[in-house]
Every structure is written in C-alpha cells, then in structure tokens.
Design a protein around this ligand. Sequence first.
Ligand SMILES: [Zn+2]
Length: 110
Amino acid sequence: MARAYADEHGAARLEAVKVAIGELLGASPELVRSGWDFVVRDSIDEGVPIEVELRPVHQICPTCAKVPLRIQQVLPRYCSQCNALLRTSGGNELAVLQIKFEAEGPETPA
Ligand SMILES: [Zn+2]
C-alpha cells in the first residue's frame, strides 16, 4: 500500500514506513515486519525498515467508569464491579502513519 502511494506521488525509493496495528487484529509486530519484507523483496524498496506501533484496546465501564484489569490478554466483557457490559474502543486500527521517501531534489509543497 505504501508503494502504491509512492507511485501515485511520483516519489523515489521509500526510506522508512510506520504503521499502526490494533491488537485485536492479532498481528504481532514481528509478523507485520516479515510480511513487509516479503512484499518489498526484489523491489526497489527492499530493505526499507518498517516501524510497527501496536495499538491497545481500551475498555471502560459506562456505568461506574471503572477501567477493568486485564488478565493475560483476555478482554473481559463485563464490569467486575457492577456487571455492566464494558465499552470497548480501539484495537482494530490499521493505518499507515508515516511514509518517508528518499529525498530527490528540493521538496515542492503540495
Ligand atoms: Zn462498572
């Protein structure tokens, strides 16, 4: 996806890429990195580093505002204090945060 973006903008070789992955997607940073290495293999972007930022799930009780404790990655569904259904947000992001290109002449502002 980063490469398509680069082509669109007529840019040169990528220099660095940074992505955000929600923890609910179940992909570890290592998995993303090896996937990236596979994608850019034999292309001009081979060897370009990718930085992966893991985005956690946030949970809060809508009734008593208690933030539940998590035991070993397992997300509780109900508040341990008042038994209300917890509100869950985040954790399913998948976004390209930053794409850096190797500089090729002076930058022209968009
Ligand atoms: Zn509660």
